[in-house]
Write a protein that binds this ligand. Structure first.
Ligand code: ZN
Ligand code: ZN
Length: 263
């Protein structure tokens, strides 16, 4: 089975947010209620989490996710990292270390802020008390494999000093995190027409560090996936409005949305 589950599709404050409430939203549409970003990828027998949302505990519980083969991090912002402590429960269930993969700066950030979570390779902590995560530093345009699945990190630009997207199986699935632009070297790693592209639309009008609707549609046109899913939306993005702004093969995400990827 190949399936991607959007565990949370909200930008950093979530929707509704304490400060802005529902803003332009229709609160009666349950698809407008958004927790912060995490994604769960099941690819044959590989189970991966992308980012650890501050809402991770409820996301793992709701989707009954008990086993992982690794965590991929995109960048060191709180809305993508700060649920990391909830990985303890996965350690307890699996009774083994869990590998995580991130760029140099993100690994440094996690080591500095969550040092108690890290285990040395080959040493399993007492999993009743201590989590055991093992860092692996990865680099854009240098692929690696997890249980035979090829994963290519790509460089996302102008959001923060180091932000990675992920290209799975030469482009079958493409996951783009917070970005303003995608490096040309990243586009070159997409060697086939993706079955699925997931990318963020934080606000429709864009911001200095976030692509807006025009940028996002241009990226979709350039990558030309069979299907694109709009993720990481703030209070300015109403589900029905985003649906009307985008072509037929592009849909907004909602929490716990499951997208099956055919063989
Ligand atoms: Zn974010
Ligand atoms: Zn960010």
């Amino acid at each position: 089975m190949r399936r991607l589950t959007i565990l949370g599709c909200g930008a950093a404050p979530g929707v509704p947010s304490l400060g802005r409430g529902w803003r332009v939203f229709d609160p009666d549409n349950p698809k407008n209620r958004r927790s912060r970003t995490s994604v769960f990828l099941e690819y044959d027998d590989v189970r991966l989490l992308i980012d650890t949302s501050p809402d991770l505990r409820l996301q793992l519980l709701h989707n009954d996710i008990r086993h992982l083969d690794g965590v991929l991090y995109t960048h060191a912002h709180a809305d993508h990292v700060h649920g990391i402590d909830d990985i303890r429960e996965i350690n307890r269930i699996m009774r083994q270390n869990l590998d995580f993969y991130a760029g140099t700066k993100t690994v440094k950030y996690i080591k500095h802020n969550f040092s108690y979570l890290l285990s040395k390779p080959n040493k399993v902590n007492d999993v009743v008390r201590l989590p055991s995560m093992v860092p692996h530093v990865i680099k854009a345009n240098h692929s690696f494999e997890i249980k035979g699945l090829k994963i290519m990190p790509i460089k996302l630009l102008n959001h923060c000093p180091e932000c990675l997207g992920y290209v799975f199986n030469d482009g079958e699935i493409v996951y783009i995190a917070d970005f303003k632009t995608i490096a040309d070297s990243g586009y070159k790693q997409i060697k086939r027409r993706p079955k699925l592209l997931v990318l963020p639309l934080t606000t429709p009008y864009g911001q200095p560090a976030h692509a807006g609707t025009e940028d996002v549609l241009a990226v979709i046109e350039r990558i030309n996936p069979e299907k694109a899913v709009i993720n990481h939306m703030a209070t300015e993005c109403d589900y029905n409005q985003v649906m009307t702004l985008t072509p037929d093969n592009v849909v907004p995400a909602y929490d716990n949305m499951k997208i099956d990827i055919d063989d």
